[in-house]
Ligand binder design. Structure first.
Ligand code: PLP
Length: 368
């Protein structure tokens, strides 16, 4: 029996979520964003399962090369582009598409092998103020890039800073700034991230770039994943490795943050911050023991957490769900003062990923 923890990755849910994006943006092509190890879900198995995506988006050239090495042939967009000659040569060799957000990258393209043509995406800073050229710089940059022999085609893209709030007018403004450029230039546009695709029609451009929605978590602060029609992909689980009885007043765990208010049963579950469970999760953070809710008590340790088992029927070895079916990851994120994105990405290599496609009658399990 696997004690845990493990992350069951539901590939059927992943495909379902891609279809949610398709239905929302039926005229858009989709870059499935699989950077950061597919938000902790496993880069290659996720990309293989998302074969119906039109392309994949990663942050770095090294991530794109992992996909190519694994035999992924779809277009791959590198969101931070090539940052030196070696990366640019690798991008040319492997047919990657590159975001261009600063002059250094224009210079690298000017010096690149002219026989290996690249598609590039000029990043426009419409309000995020992280990467990209200001809209008024775009004409000059385009004029330069269009003359370069290594550049085969150019798109215009931007990234939304506030799409986690469907009511935020700044998102509409960002979209308008990119669309205004499109009135003068014929290049395709790419705007929508998950929040944009679901809530801002103006962001459903020729190409969209969903990330978090693919993994079944809500991109919004105030709307659940279920309300968005999404299904959770990651089910992070472990088992109870001990059940104990503590006396009233006993402190639990490092620092004794929690003191037992009465004689009570305590469960110790095999998961800790060494697996990526958030160390700053407070007392009361929910878990499921079987299908019953229980509460975290005391500091999270590296390898274990303590649970208040009052009113919970539990046996040694019972499955404990940290997030997934029945316990949305957003609920844990709010408790721990973080985001679902960060929780997913924090899972460490110690956690087994079990890839499961429940659409097939023979449950296929593959360990990472
Ligand atoms: C440039 C860019 N596009 C798209 C995405 C996907 O965003 P989301 O996961 O919110 O859909 C990201 C993620 O951070 C990004 O940096």
């Amino acid at each position: 029996m696997l004690i845990g923890p493990w992350a069951r990755i539901d590939l059927a849910a992943l495909k379902h979520n891609l279809q949610v994006a398709r239905r929302q943006a039926p005229n858009s092509k989709i870059w499935a964003i699989v950077k950061a190890d597919a938000y902790g879900h496993g880069l290659v198995p996720v990309a293989a399962a998302l074969s119906e995506a039109d392309g994949f988006g990663v942050a770095r050239v090294s991530e794109a090369l992992r996909l190519r090495t694994a035999g992924i042939r779809q277009p791959i967009l590198v969101l931070t582009g090539a940052l030196n000659r070696e990366e640019l040569a690798a991008a040319q060799h492997h047919g990657l598409e590159l975001v261009v957000h600063q002059d250094l990258q224009c210079t690298l393209l000017a010096q690149a092998n002219p026989r290996k043509k690249l598609r590039i995406w000029l990043k426009v800073d419409t309000g995020m103020h992280r990467l990209g050229f200001a809209p008024e710089q775009v004409p000059e940059k385009l004029a330069r890039l269009e003359t370069l022999p290594a550049v085969a085609a150019i798109g215009l893209m931007t990234h939304l800073a506030n799409a986690d709030d469907p009511e935020d007018p700044r998102t509409v403004l960002q979209c308008q700034r990119l669309h205004a450029l499109a009135e003068s230039y014929p290049h395709p546009l790419s705007i929508g991230n998950s929040g944009g695709i679901l809530a801002f029609p103006q962001s459903r451009t020729q190409w969209v770039r969903p990330g978090i929605l693919l993994y079944g978590a809500s991109p919004f602060r105030n709307r659940s994943a279920q309300a968005c029609g999404l299904r959770p992909v990651m089910h992070f689980q472990t088992r109870l490795l001990a059940i104990r009885r503590q006396r009233r007043g006993d402190p639990i765990g490092y620092g004794g943050r929690y003191r037992c208010p009465e004689d009570m049963p305590i469960g110790i579950a095999a998961v800790g911050y060494g697996d990526g469970y958030p160390r700053h999760a407070p007392d009361g953070t929910p878990v499921l023991v079987g299908d019953q809710r229980a509460a975290l008590i005391g500091q999270v340790s590296m390898d274990s957490i303590a649970l208040d088992l009052r009113g919970v029927q539990a046996e040694l070895g019972a499955v404990v769900t940290l997030w997934g079916q029945g316990l949305p990851v957003e609920e844990i994120a709010v408790r721990a003062g973080t985001l679902s994105y960060a929780l997913f990405c924090a899972l460490t290599p110690r956690v087994h990923r079990n890839y499961q496609s429940v659409e097939k009658s023979d449950l296929s399990l593959a360990f990472r």
